[in-house]
Ligand binder design. Structure first.
Ligand SMILES: *Cc1c(COP(=O)(O)O)cnc(C)c1O
Length: 396
């Protein structure tokens, strides 16, 4: 193939730097649906790094619901929600989510990344700062940049640090946190943060991408686990690409905020609506999550988490204070993380090493994720492999 053009030197230099720092990233191709027992490069692996926590991404009922919705409503949204891309299944999904989570309104977004850009860019600005946890997801940080809003960070999950920064600001703004932290698996101190926000008249926003579906009563997420409602969290973002096993995202909020976002959230206004077929699959997913099947899957996931932590406790590794499906093992430098990930691969385990800038420098890790789709035998395989690999890695 002929090159499109000569690659500028600065592009090649940036790539070379990434390679030298062991930070080069490349996608691998799975030759299967998103399931634990997959094939990569024609070799079988058991994967432990997907966010399909409940094992719904390849669920027959979701596939059927997607086919049915496609037959009835087609595959393309055709335009943005506000022109003529808001179809009956979109409205049905919004209503079902609002009802489930106890909010007046829900707006759908194409991805969680866009939901966060949309909400923050609409609600923050030069006169309305954003205060965020140091470990918040990249999309929340990027939302503040799109808003051109002053961005301040507080120490991870540290309410005192948040309060200090909040009291220093002479303008009220937006306080934003992940519900479950995506690279660490721990849960934000939501009750204290919501109290802090209301005390200072700041708007409180929670991105519970990893909590919704998995945590709390009937899977309502980290807020429900903490006993909080829409009265404490006026803006809740959730995504469908994780526990729901589909794609897309939502913000649950009040009538007024929903009307406001509909006017001013550019990543809502200027983009095509979610595929109606995907919306149908997501609605089916919500029904599973709310029902007995969701309960059974959450219980199975909880069993895996307990077993994994019991096995890891006795190993000389740093376990995170996480009771969620995200169970990282911090290894420090990127080279070590890559080496351990590769050794696991030789034992049939797939777990991608997570390196800076996704995590802080010196915090490279295996971000092990557990799923209800794993069997107990899968967990045994993983823990045995980790035991072997980490013992060898420490001694040399
Ligand atoms: C994955 C994730 C997102 C982005 O969601 P997508 O739908 O994948 O774009 C946003 N916030 C958090 C905390 C996430 O983990």
């Amino acid at each position: 193939m002929k090159p499109v053009s000569n690659t500028p030197d600065w592009v090649l230099a940036a790539l070379e730097t990434r390679r030298q720092q062991n930070l080069m990233r490349e996608a691998v191709t799975l030759q299967s649906p998103q399931v634990p027992h997959t094939h990569i490069n024609n070799q079988p692996f058991t994967a432990f790094c997907s966010n399909d926590y409940l094992g719904l991404a390849n669920h027959p009922q979701l596939i059927k619901a997607m086919q049915d919705a496609a037959l009835q409503y087609g595959v393309g949204g055709g335009s943005s929600h506000l022109v003529c891309g808001h179809l009956a299944p979109h409205q049905a999904l919004e209503d079902a989510l609002a009802d489930w989570l106890g909010y007046e309104r829900v707006l759908l977004f194409s991805t969680g990344y866009m939901a966060n850009l949309g909400v923050i860019s609409a609600l923050a600005g030069k006169q309305r700062p954003v205060l965020q946890d140091k470990l918040n997801h990249a999309s929340l940080i990027d939302g503040a940049m799109l808003a051109q809003a002053p961005l301040r960070r507080y120490l991870h999950a540290d309410v005192t640090s948040a309060e200090k920064r909040l009291s220093k600001s002479n303008q009220a703004g937006l306080l934003v946190t992940d519900g479950v932290f995506s690279m660490d698996g721990d849960i934000a101190p939501l009750t204290s943060l919501s109290g802090l926000a209301s005390q200072h008249d700041w708007v409180f926003m929670v991105d519970d991408a990893h909590g919704v579906g998995c945590l709390g009563e009937s899977g309502r997420g980290a807020m429900a686990l903490a006993g909080l409602t829409s009265a404490h969290v006026p803006l809740l973002v959730g995504t469908f690409g994780k526990a729901f096993g589909t794609a897309g995202a939502f913000v649950a909020t009040s009538h007024d905020f929903a009307d406001y976002l509909t006017q001013f959230a550019r990543p809502y206004v200027y983009t095509t609506s979610m595929s109606p077929a995907m919306t149908g699959a997501t609605l089916a997913s919500l029904q599973l999550i709310q029902g007995e099947e969701g309960q059974v899957r959450r219980a199975k996931l909880a069993e895996h988490i307990v077993y994994f932590r019991q096995r890891m406790q006795v190993l000389p590794v740093e376990l995170m204070p996480s009771n969620t499906a995200i169970q990282p093992i911090v290894l420090g430098d990127s080279q070590r993380a890559l080496r351990v990930s590769e050794q696991l691969r030789s034992l049939g385990i797939w777990c991608t090493a997570i390196r800076p800038p996704t995590v802080p420098v010196g915090g490279a890790r295996l971000r092990i994720t557990l799923s209800a789709a794993h069997s107990h035998a899968d967990l045994v395989l993983l823990c045995d492999a980790l035991e072997r690999v980490l013992a060898v890695d420490l001694c040399c």
